[in-house]
Design a protein around this ligand. Structure first.
Ligand SMILES: *Cc1c(COP(=O)(O)O)cnc(C)c1O
Length: 446
């Protein structure tokens, strides 16, 4: 982490090594104040951010290829977000929608009902985090169906609350030691084309067979799925997988819940990733990119399912906070006026060929994949499918030292993921990508 800059990583954007002395001093203070259980990928302490650049306490400017985990799709201080937040904060900061409501909440719900896939009658309810949205989608599906079982997939990530830990696949660090977990959760195989070699139909048939053997179709309340898996490794299922599962849900009276927390809001080149497969989910959970960084989340879905929960059954003190709603409306306005779905596709068009060339050249990359601006490189031992988490870590660390924020992911920790703000200027994207190329070349030839 504290590696000195080398000739290849020197940049006019860096004044010190990253993290520099000011950040290291803050980090020291942090260790005696902040619980050790909260990690930081790159402990360079940020003082301001805009235009795809994070400025740290030492005056270094870092290129952001992570967007705070797919959150700042519209940038770190989009004018429409900042202006609406300022205006709302001056009027009032909170009343609690469950006590005395306000228009912003209603307008966010109207907007989500219109933007999410399908033209059926919809309702929405607002929360603070992705985990809360997923958990509430399950609550709604259980009430609406009168059933309890929830089906989830290998490599799934749905959050850190008790129920969503149960829905999440990976033990360390998300679940280890935190049990017991919520019951009535059943895990089945997903679709991981570069590893299982199955078509979408074959993978879905295997999953459905497992569901029917373990449970029988008539006891499933919900199938909860990320249309492209996020933390699990940016795994895009083979074509036909999602639609086969969605058809199975319809035929069996189960609720198809799309967890679009990471994939939503133009990230993959469409408003929602389900659109790439023409899948219309019964319920959609959203969060992350929804409000330019303010805590906001939602469940949106079929009116008859959503309205099955009686008044008082859903809510929370802060859910749909007025400032978060104002930010959400500003973020969605920005996505519309700046055509950020197109911008996401342009990012993919620029990055994917370069990553594929890098794979060809270096031999340490087992798969390059992604849609729009949700892109991933999977590192393997040369000539095998064996995950190589060590090289992945070294490459990420070298990017950080060069002032480029990249994140890793994957069940085996062997995936570097790229999630740039959709507003990132092309020259910064190019510079960030060059750092990843340089680091990969250096590590591949070590
Ligand atoms: C991040 C994430 C969550 C959890 O969201 P939080 O806001 O961190 O609670 C749930 N599902 C997916 C797919 C995610 O990427």
């Amino acid at each position: 982490m504290l590696r000195r800059m080398t000739a290849t990583t020197t940049s006019s954007r860096l004044r010190t090594e990253v993290p520099g002395p000011e950040s290291r001093a803050l980090h020291q203070r942090r260790t005696s104040a902040v619980a050790a259980g909260v990690g930081s990928v790159l402990p360079a302490y940020v003082t301001s951010a805009n235009g795809g650049l994070l400025t740290d306490a030492d005056g270094n400017t870092l290129i952001d290829l992570g967007s705070g985990i797919a959150v700042t799709n519209v940038g770190h201080a989009a004018p429409a977000v900042v202006e609406r937040v300022r205006e709302q904060a001056e009027r009032f900061t909170h009343t609690c929608f469950m006590v005395t409501p306000y228009e912003g909440y209603v307008e966010v719900c109207e907007t989500l009902n219109q933007l999410t896939p399908g033209d059926h009658e919809k309702r929405s309810v607002l929360f603070n985090s992705g985990a809360e949205a997923v958990e509430n989608a399950v609550k709604i599906a259980r009430v609406a169906t009168g059933r309890q079982a929830v089906v989830v997939f290998d490599h799934a990530y749905h959050g850190r609350t008790n129920l969503t830990m149960a829905l999440t696949a990976k033990s360390v660090p998300y679940k280890h030691g935190f049990g017991p977990f919520a019951p009535e959760v059943y895990r089945v195989p997903g679709s991981y084309p570069c590893h299982d070699g199955l078509t979408g139909e074959q993978a879905a048939a295997a999953a459905i067979d497992r569901i029917e053997k373990q449970l029988g179709g008539d006891s499933v309340a919900a199938v909860v799925i990320e249309p492209i898996q996020g933390e699990g490794g940016f795994i895009e299922p083979a074509p036909g997988f999602l639609s086969a599962l969605s058809r199975w849900c319809t035929a069996n009276g189960a609720v198809f819940v799309a967890d679009e927390v990471q994939t939503g809001f133009c990230r993959t080149g469409a408003w929602f990733a389900c659109e790439h497969e023409d899948v219309v989910p019964d319920l959609v959970a959203t969060a992350k990119g929804i409000a330019g960084g303010l805590p906001l989340a939602a469940v949106t879905g079929r009116a008859e399912l959503m309205d099955a929960v009686p008044p008082g059954g859903l809510g929370g003190t802060y859910g749909g906070n007025p400032i978060a709603c104002a930010a959400g409306l500003g973020a969605i306005e920005t996505m519309r006026t700046e055509n950020l779905a197109d911008a996401a596709r342009s990012i993919g068009d620029m990055v994917l060929p370069r990553l594929r060339a890098l794979a060809e050249e270096t031999g340490v990359i087992g798969d390059v994949r992604g849609r729009g601006a949700m892109l991933a490189v999977e590192f393997v031992r040369p000539g095998t499918h064996e995950p190589d988490p060590d090289i992945t870590k070294r490459i990420a660390t070298a990017c950080h030292a060069a002032g480029v924020v990249v994140l890793t992911c994957g069940t085996y920790g062997n995936v570097v993921r790229l999630l740039p703000p959709l507003t990132l200027p092309a020259d910064l994207l190019d510079e960030g990508l060059s750092a990843l190329e340089t680091a990969t070349r250096e590590e591949a030839t070590r």
